[in-house]
Design a protein around this ligand. Sequence first.
Ligand code: PEP
Ligand code: MG
Length: 324
Amino acid sequence: LTAVLEHEQDLPSETPDGYSMPLMVNTGLAVDAVASLKPRISGVGLYRTEVPFMITERFPGEQEQIRLYRDQLESFAPLPVVMRTLDIGGDKDLPYFPIDEANPFLGWRGIRVTLDHPEVLMVQLRAMLKASEGLDNLQVLLPMVTNVDEVDDALRLLDRALQEIAEEGVSVPRPKVGVMLEVPATLYQLAALAGRVDFFSVGSNDLTQYLLAVDRNNPRVAELYDACHPAVLAALDRLAKESAALRVPVSLCGELAGDPAGALLLMGMGFDALSMNAPSLPRVRAAIRRVPLAAAQSLVSETLALESPAKVRAHLAMRLGEWQ
Ligand code: PEP
Ligand code: MG
């Protein structure tokens, strides 16, 4: 089976009825930017910038960051590379920037940290922009957004960074900017967000954690943590439809996209792209190549009618078995 899947890796991510589903890859370390992936994907849907920051002894300087980002952008050009601004806090602490809180997942995380430290965000934005010179494939993603003011503040800093580097003689186009939908509040503010950014990217790992009030890393409650909970699926389906109505492209970059059953559901819901860790690509591609779009859409309606995560899981397993 592995050999079959490997052979299929060079075939399009297309359903038997000819619907093409863009697959993207999540990256963090330089080794993830493997050139062999390039012909098989539509780009990088999530570059987690905090990953390289975790293995340094201090915040990398502008030149160091330019090198890191240039490496990613060049490896995949002309395909888009979605670079997320620093997403620390929660479970991701930098050794040289400890955050000690009683409720880290409800605390100082993602854009909350970088807006409180604009000097950190500015270096990062300047480095991303400079690294994109002549490549034009940079997109910027904002993590842990809770309200539109955060987006406005981040966009102001982006414009300032563009102006600063232009004064230094580097002129690049303004990159597309996206917001992560991972705090439940954003699901009720899609129109306001749509007026400010170019795309949405769902962080299903955090969205699941926050919708279900279940710590994503706590083994005691691991059984309750399930992106296939009917409430999570209903939220995803609704946000996909609302984003389409608002004409904002929406992708999903959490673990659910790398699960074959999850990927089929997301395709059926109408997500525009799925971004996953590279090892998940073969199985997701194989699933898409075996299931017509109409069947994936039926799978969504069948699933949305179920009342518990266990029922959803059992139903997905049964249907996937039929398509093997
Ligand atoms: C997510 O929350 O789903 C996501 C993709 O981001 P991270 O796992 O880095 O929090
Ligand atoms: Mg997240």
